[in-house]
Design a protein around this ligand. Structure first.
Ligand code: GUN
Length: 295
């Protein structure tokens, strides 16, 4: 009797569960720091203005700090804050031993030069990994603090891939926050990395060559089933809120996940990359605190 060909179910990489485990590890590390040094690591979270999405992100970061035992120091400044005031605040926080990590929530209001502001943060407290010193360290493979979303993406990939050598990875998106740094991390692991973007020609053909796709374009359902070769691993970094004709809203990733049953593993949206970003921020804060205290 003929048997039906075996079909392998696609693995859903559970970012929520993996982030919860990282949070637990971070909490244990915080307790060890408190036991050894008497004070918990401190993270300063700076919000300039009242962008509603930023309010939500900052609220989540502060709530997770509390869960991990990290002291959060909240700094809220009005939207019309001038650049000089923000730079002076950063100088103050750089000099404050009670602050181990500094996070300036982006985007900043118009009129404030974000690169000037990020460059002012001490590289040792730059838990976002956006300072040019940390960017340089990442691209030369010489340590430093690594941006949180790329760090989280690697942790998710590590649950399904042990050896990256020679794997074809296609990164969609060349942002400083995700596309470029995740490409550097993958290169360090000796993957063959192709970075693509909005101007890339024949993107579906390029994507179809990939063993791993990291989709970080911010374009809902850009990656369709026929872009993905059977057995590929797909990391969906996109999260866009769309409103349907009847007024209901949904969060969509960059990948049409319902068309990816032939993939080996995919991350859901929400519940994939998103939870990892905050967990990695806290883990970076503990790393910065440990280095500061051992110095
Ligand atoms: N805004 C959107 N993503 C980020 C991030 O990773 N860090 C900061 N500071 N702001 C953001």
């Amino acid at each position: 009797m003929a048997t039906a060909p075996e079909t392998q179910a696609v693995t859903l990489i559970d970012g929520k569960a993996i982030a919860a485990r990282l949070l637990e590890t971070t909490r244990a590390e915080v307790e060890a720091i408190v036991a050894a040094h008497g004070t918990a690591p401190g993270l300063a979270v700076v919000l300039v203005g009242n962008d509603p999405a930023s309010e939500v992100y900052v609220g989540r970061k502060i709530a997770q700090c509390r869960k991990a035992g990290i002291r959060s120091i909240e700094k809220r400044l009005p939207a019309d804050t001038d650049e000089g005031t923000l730079l002076a605040l950063i100088d103050e926080m750089n000099a404050d031993d009670a602050i181990d990590g500094i996070l300036i929530q982006l985007p900043l209001p118009r009129g404030i030069d974000a690169s000037l502001v990020l460059d002012r943060i001490s590289p040792a407290k730059d838990v976002d990994g956006f300072h040019p010193v940390n960017v340089g360290r990442l691209s030369s493979g010489t340590g430093g603090l690594v941006p949180c979303t790329p760090l989280g993406i690697m942790m998710l990939l590590d649950t399904v891939i042990s050896d990256y050598r020679g794997l074809n990875v296609v990164v969609i998106g060349k942002s400083n926050i995700v596309g470029k740094p995740v490409s550097m991390l993958l290169l360090e692991r000796e993957a063959t990395v192709t970075v693509t973007h909005i101007e890339t020609r024949n993107l579906p053909d390029i994507a179809r060559q990939a063993d791993v796709i990291v989709a970080a374009a911010g374009a809902p359902h850009l990656v369709r089933g026929y872009w993905v070769k059977p057995g590929a691993v797909v990391i969906d970094v996109g999260i866009t809120r769309v409103t349907d004709a009847d007024g209901t809203t949904r969060l969509l990733g960059d990948c049409a996940t319902h068309e990816l049953s032939h993939a080996a593993a995919v991350t859901p949206v929400p519940g994939g990359v998103g939870p990892m970003t905050i967990a990695c921020l806290l883990s970076n804060t503990v790393r910065a605190a440990r280095i500061a205290r051992d110095a």
